[in-house]
Design a protein around this ligand. Structure first.
Ligand SMILES: Cc1cc2nc3c(=O)[nH]c(=O)nc-3n(C[C@H](O)[C@H](O)[C@H](O)COP(=O)(O)OP(=O)(O)OC[C@H]3O[C@@H](n4cnc5c(N)ncnc54)[C@H](O)[C@@H]3O)c2cc1C
Length: 407
C-alpha cells in the first residue's frame, strides 16, 4: 500500500463494474476498498437481468448455477403488427440472471482476491488537496457520523447516480433525450421458449420496446423502456415526464399469455442510451460502467459492458500503482483501450437507435418482415449497408431515414 494513504484505491459502488475492477486490481496486489450504500450487494434488483454468454465467456469466469435463472438461446423480435423474427445462432445465447446472486458472487470474487467491501456505506463527498487533486472520500456508514478514508485513486462505479463522479469533474449529467425510463414486473405464470422477446411499436413503447425475459418456474421479467422525452406522463413543474407504467399495463392487458398472470415484484428505473462520457479519467480518478455511460444505446444493456469497463480500468490502475503515478497521463491508457475496443460498436448502435426512433410503425412492420436472422447478425455488428439495401428494395420511401446509417 502507498505509505501515506489508507488504501491504494477506493471504489464507489459494488455493482458489476466496481466488483470487477476490485477483483482484478486486488488480484494484482493492490489494497482496494469497495463501498456500497446498499445494505446488501445486488439488492434490490432493478434490472431485466439479460446477459449475453459472449459477455461472460471472454472474462473466463464461468457462471455458477445459482447466478442465473434460465439459459436463453436467442431472441424473438416482434413488429407492431405482431409478426416476429427469431434470432438464434451460435453467438446469440445467454442467460436471464438472478442479479441478487450474480452481483454478490462478483463481489465475493473480489473479496477472495483480497479486496475489502463495506456495505451500507455511502460516499458523500471527495477529499481534495490544495491543487484540487482527489485524495480520498468522505464516507458514512448507515447515515452515521461521516469519516474520511484516503487513497491516491478514486474509482466511480456508481451506476446512473454518479454523484461522486460529478464532484470529481466528470460530465455525467444525463439529458432526457439520452435516457430511457423503465418499468418492470416479475410475473407468473408465463410459458416461454427459452428466447427473450422484444416488442417494438411507437404506440406500445415510444422510442423503446417492451421486453419479456423468461425465468425459471414459469416466471418472466416483463418490462418496458421508453424515451425520456416521450410526453405521455403527468405535467410536473411545467415539464412533461415519460411514464412507462401505464404503457406496460396496457401491454400486459392486451397480451393473451400475460393478462391473467400475477405480479411478484414491480419497480421503475432509468438507463442511459446515449454516448459514453467524453473522458473516463482525470488525475487520481477513473469512472467505469454505467457511471461512464458505458451502456448499449440499442437495448440499454450495461452489465457486460460494466464488467469489461471495470477489468480494463483495473489493468491500467495496476500499471499506475506499479509506477506510483496516478496522473491522468498514465490513467489515459484505459480511456484509449476502451474507446478502441468498445467505441465503434456502441457508436454504430447509437446511430441505429437514432434511426429507429424516426421509423413509423408501418416502416417497422416492413423492416422486421423483410429481415432474416443473418441480417440481424449484420445489423448488430454495425454492418448496415447490405441490410439497408434489402429494406430499401421493398420500401424506397425509407431512404431519408436510412441515410442516418451512412458511415
Ligand atoms: C429497468 C432496467 C432494466 C435493465 N435491464 C438490463 C438487462 O436486462 N441487461 C443488462 O445488461 N443491463 C440492464 N440494465 C442496465 C444495468 O442494470 C446496468 O447497466 C448495470 O447494473 C451497470 O453496472 P454498474 O456496476 O456500472 O452499476 P450498478 O449496477 O448500478 O451499481 C452501482 C452501485 O453503486 C452504488 N452507489 C451509487 N452511488 C453510491 C454512493 N454515493 N456511495 C456508495 N455506493 C453508491 C449503488 O448502490 C450500486 O450498488 C437495466 C437497467 C434498468 C434501469
Amino acid at each position: 500500500m502507498t505509505a501515506k494513504y489508507d488504501h491504494d484505491a477506493i471504489v464507489i459502488g459494488g455493482g458489476p463494474a466496481g466488483s470487477s475492477f476490485a477483483r482484478v486490481a486486488a488480484g494484482a496486489g493492490m489494497d482496494v476498498l469497495v463501498v456500497d450504500k446498499r445494505k446488501e450487494i445486488g439488492v434490490p434488483v432493478r434490472c431485466g437481468e439479460g446477459l449475453g454468454s459472449m459477455d461472460m465467456l471472454k472474462q473466463g469466469l464461468g457462471l455458477p448455477r445459482a447466478c442465473y435463472s434460465t439459459e436463453i438461446e436467442g431472441a424473438k423480435v416482434y413488429a407492431p403488427n405482431g409478426k416476429s423474427i427469431t434470432w438464434k445462432g451460435k453467438d446469440t445465447g445467454g442467460w436471464v440472471l438472478e442479479r441478487k446472486f450474480f452481483d454478490k458472487w462478483l463481489c465475493e470474487l473480489a473479496v477472495e482476491k483480497g479486496a475489502k467491501v463495506h456495505t451500507y456505506t455511502r460516499a458523500a463527498g471527495v477529499i481534495k488537496d490544495a491543487k484540487g487533486r482527489p485524495q480520498g472520500v468522505r464516507l458514512s456508514h448507515g447515515g452515521k457520523e461521516p469519516y474520511d478514508v484516503s487513497a491516491p485513486l478514486i474509482v466511480s462505479a456508481e451506476g446512473m447516480e454518479s454523484m461522486i463522479a460529478r464532484e470529481l469533474g466528470f460530465k455525467t449529467v444525463h439529458s432526457l433525450y439520452d435516457v430511457d425510463t423503465c418499468y418492470e414486473y416479475e410475473m407468473k405464470p408465463y410459458d416461454h421458449e427459452n428466447l427473450i422477446e422484444i416488442f417494438f411499436g411507437n404506440k406500445a413503447a415510444p422510442r423503446g420496446y417492451v421486453w419479456i425475459f423468461p425465468k425459471a418456474d414459469k416466471k418472466a421479467n416483463v418490462g418496458i423502456g421508453i424515451g425520456g422525452m416521450v410526453q405521455n406522463g403527468k405535467k410536473q413543474g411545467g415539464l412533461m415526464g415519460a411514464d412507462p407504467k401505464p404503457l406496460l399495463d396496457d401491454f400486459v392487458k392486451k397480451n393473451a399469455r400475460l393478462k391473467d398472470a400475477s405480479t411478484l415484484l414491480d419497480f421503475g428505473g432509468v438507463i442511459s442510451v446515449g454516448a459514453p462520457i467524453d473522458e473516463f479519467v482525470k488525475d487520481g480518478c477513473m469512472v467505469v460502467g454505467t457511471a461512464a455511460k458505458q451502456v448499449d444505446p440499442i437495448h440499454g444493456g450495461g452489465i457486460g459492458l460494466a464488467i469489461d469497463g471495470g477489468v480494463m480500468a483495473a489493468g491500467t490502475a495496476i500499471k499506475a500503482h506499479e509506477k506510483k503515478d496516478y496522473s491522468k497521463a498514465v490513467l489515459m491508457e484505459y480511456d484509449s483501450i476502451w474507446r478502441k475496443e468498445k467505441g465503434p460498436a456502441l457508436s454504430n448502435h447509437l446511430k441505429l437507435r437514432k434511426v429507429l426512433e424516426k421509423v413509423s410503425d408501418d416502416d417497422l412492420n416492413h423492416v422486421i418482415g423483410a429481415l432474416a436472422k443473418e441480417d440481424l447478425d449484420k445489423v448488430m455488428a454495425g454492418d448496415f449497408a447490405k441490410v439497408a439495401a434489402k429494406v430499401l428494395a421493398g420500401r424506397p420511401q425509407m431512404i431519408g431515414v436510412l441515410r442516418g446509417l451512412a458511415p
